[in-house]
Design a protein around this ligand. Structure first.
Ligand SMILES: [Zn+2]
Length: 185
């Protein structure tokens, strides 16, 4: 069972992340660390497009890729760019509670009817659209999805530090997902 690690002080940040850009992100957002000035990005943040999240981070601190469910499988070129050209050496992959990409299939009718009523689509086109893309964006369970994506990103970019985080929309705090089965080396 995976669980969330509360970060209420600098000491709560595991040593592997503490003095890295991931640790800085946790301190800026959760601990009100005073903002430093950055000329270049230190971190790539992958997070969901959901509107209920606002990060407290300094200007220039991070590249941010937002997508449904923080799914970076279809944003790989942008991830590679942030590393190779942007110079970041760490990725924070951030899921959130109440994510709409969980049980996406259950929203099929609402999705299709919404496109028909509000976007001017034919029902057939809306159905095809949903059936084509929903399986790509369904994430099942927020925490398990983030952990599986983190594992994939660590294999794909072996020299990059990749951390699994959750944004809890109920309190607007960031948490690390504790990794029991697949700990950071
Ligand atoms: Zn979401």
């Amino acid at each position: 069972m995976n669980r969330l690690l509360t970060i209420a002080s600098r000491q709560d940040i595991p040593a592997v992340y503490r003095d890295t850009p991931v640790g800085l992100l946790l301190q800026y957002h959760n601990l009100d660390r005073a903002y430093e000035a950055y000329a270049e990005a230190q971190l790539l943040i992958g997070m969901c497009m959901d509107n209920r999240k606002h990060l407290h981070i300094p200007d220039n601190f991070a590249f941010i890729i937002r997508s449904g469910g923080a799914n970076l499988r279809y944003s790989e070129f942008k991830v590679s760019y942030a590393i190779a050209v942007g110079g970041v050496r760490a990725i924070a992959l951030m899921g959130h509670t109440q994510c709409g990409m969980v049980h996406l299939m259950a929203r099929k009718e609402r999705f299709i009817q919404g496109l028909v009523d509000d976007a001017g689509w034919t029902r057939e086109a809306a159905e095809d659209h949903f059936l084509q893309f929903a399986p790509m964006f369904e994430i099942g369970n927020e925490m398990e999805f983030i952990l599986s994506e983190v594992t994939r990103l660590r294999r794909r970019y072996p020299k990059i530090l990749v951390a699994p985080l959750m944004y809890q929309v109920e309190d607007n705090h960031l948490y690390l997902i504790e990794e029991t089965e697949n700990p950071v080396p």
